[in-house]
Design a protein around this ligand. Structure first.
Ligand SMILES: [Zn+2]
Length: 235
């Protein structure tokens, strides 16, 4: 079942390793099938290099394995909470990529300091609040998903498809596995640039609002004119 989604999820898990966002087994990608309300996710603790589409695990929104020979990723309850919170998200990526994780550990959001950021994310990338002692003890992974959804109560999760979980690392998402992986790659790049900018100039100002709006809207607004009629690229 869900053979195409298994292929997409397997390829995306390999892609985050190839893109050097993940070492060892510190990351996972899932995909969601809205018709059957089933999620496909990588097996727990499996190296990306060993992965084959048929090893992917199919899980329902209660967390029960519907198909698969392995245990699903230990972060499965986090992914489930996000699919339950957002019915327009079809893929979620979690990594511990270096620079995004540095901001998460510093418990700092990533400010929009330049047009590279504004081309992809509409505003700063938020950091969640820390989980309470009780939230860690009872359903840690599920509560990680809940705290991410809480962070977006007053924000649009599709115009900033990324978050930093405080003291932990980044999650990104999209309407396809490719989109969610791209968001992880973009996030790591803008985190690295923000880090360097803040080292060179700790008081660096945010990108002025009029430049910010121009850059975001030329790719994402109703009058977007960037690219070849489809999805834009940065140049
Ligand atoms: Zn993690």
């Amino acid at each position: 079942m869900l053979e195409q989604l298994k292929e997409d999820v397997c390829r995306a898990n390999q892609e985050i390793e190839r893109s050097e966002l993940v070492v060892l087994t510190w990351g996972n990608v899932s995909g969601f099938d809205p018709k059957q309300k089933l999620m496909v996710i990588k097996p727990s603790g499996m190296d990306c290099k060993q992965m084959e589409p048929e090893f992917m695990i199919v899980v329902d929104l209660r967390g029960s394995v519907v198909e698969g020979d392995f245990r699903p990723s230990s972060d499965t309850p986090t992914h489930i909470e996000l699919y339950k919170a957002w019915d327009d998200v079809m893929s979620i990526v979690h990594t511990h990529s270096d620079y995004a994780t540095m901001f998460a550990q510093a418990q700092r959001s990533i400010p929009c300091l330049g047009t590279t950021h504004a081309d992809f994310f509409k505003g700063s990338v938020a950091v969640t609040r820390s989980l309470s002692r009780e939230e860690v003890k009872e359903g840690y992974e599920k509560n990680t998903g809940k705290v991410i959804a809480e962070t977006f109560q007053k924000r649009d999760h599709l115009s900033v498809p990324a978050v930093l979980v405080s003291g932990h690392g980044p999650f990104t998402w999209g309407k396809t596995t490719d989109e969610a992986v791209k968001a992880s790659i973009a996030l790591e790049k803008i985190a690295k640039m923000a880090y360097g900018t803040l080292v060179l100039s700790p008081e660096a100002p945010n990108l002025p609002d009029h430049v910010f709006k121009k850059h975001f809207m030329r790719k994402h607004g109703p009058k977007a004119y960037y690219g070849q009629g489809g999805e834009g690229k940065n140049d």
